[in-house]
Design a protein around this ligand. Structure first.
Ligand SMILES: N[C@@H](CCC(=O)N[C@@H](CS)C(=O)NCC(=O)O)C(=O)O
Length: 214
């Protein structure tokens, strides 16, 4: 079985939601505190030089990291979680999958640990990254199709929306500024198969999602 190293509510939740949508079992190892010196840091660093979550150890011991790579790995087994090859939605799916990890995700790397990258001006780096992230989300909002990210079909891209909407700049900001992200994340949060994993990750779930979108 896959071992998934993570922390409830962190980026590992994206991996967990993807694996759950794919109905692929995994064993969760909580490495809370891994981003500070200590035993959890040492455990994760041994298998992932970036010391990030999610990190997966596969059945055969090989290591898999990067949520987009995890998505592609899952799609080899569950192609129905992406638009079909040559369908009109396929390109948008591919573009947004990479766009999210190439542009939005690094804003967390820099804003969450600004002293690593700009020890002389950490607050300025944090503030600018968060402002930039907001512009990215506003652009993304205009690309989304609905009722799911790329249309009628639930895809692995939707895993990002339901998890990332719970992170900064937080659900209330998304509600006020990105109606499409909010509606899609609300819809995903209502999926029965995700209730357990969303609860475990303290992510908004059916109980407090907007029932109007169902
Ligand atoms: N590009 C990676 C980013 C993963 C990532 O940044 N995870 C965060 C948690 S949400 C992390 O582990 N941060 C700790 C660090 O960067 O030191 C992915 O898509 O999986």
């Amino acid at each position: 079985m896959i071992t998934l190293y993570g922390v409830p509510g962190w980026g590992s939740a994206i991996g967990e939601v993807m694996l759950t949508l794919a109905d692929m079992p995994y064993h969760f190892v909580d490495v809370d505190g891994f981003d500070q010196p200590g035993p959890q840091h040492d455990v994760l660093l041994q298998i992932n030089p970036l010391c990030q979550v999610p990190t997966l150890k596969l059945d055969d011991g090989r290591i898999m990291t990067e949520t987009a790579a995890i998505a592609l790995m899952i799609l080899d087994k569950r192609p129905e979680l992406a638009p079909a090859i040559r369908s009109p939605q396929r390109l948008l799916f591919q573009r947004l999958l990479i766009w999210l990890v190439a542009n939005v995700y690094p804003t967390f790397t820099y804003a969450d640990y600004p002293e690593r990258f700009a020890p002389g001006a950490p607050e300025e780096l944090r503030t600018r990254c968060i402002a930039y992230r907001k512009t990215l989300y506003q652009w993304l909002d205009g690309q989304l199709v609905g009722p799911y990210a790329v249309g009628e079909q639930l895809t692995l891209l939707d895993a990002y929306l339901v998890v990332m909407r719970s992170w900064g700049p937080r659900t209330e900001w998304f509600k006020a500024n990105t109606p499409s992200i909010t509606a899609i994340a609300d819809r995903v949060a209502l999926l029965p198969q995700l209730q357990k994993v969303l609860e475990e990750n303290k992510i908004i779930s059916a109980q407090n999602a907007n029932p109007d979108v169902a």
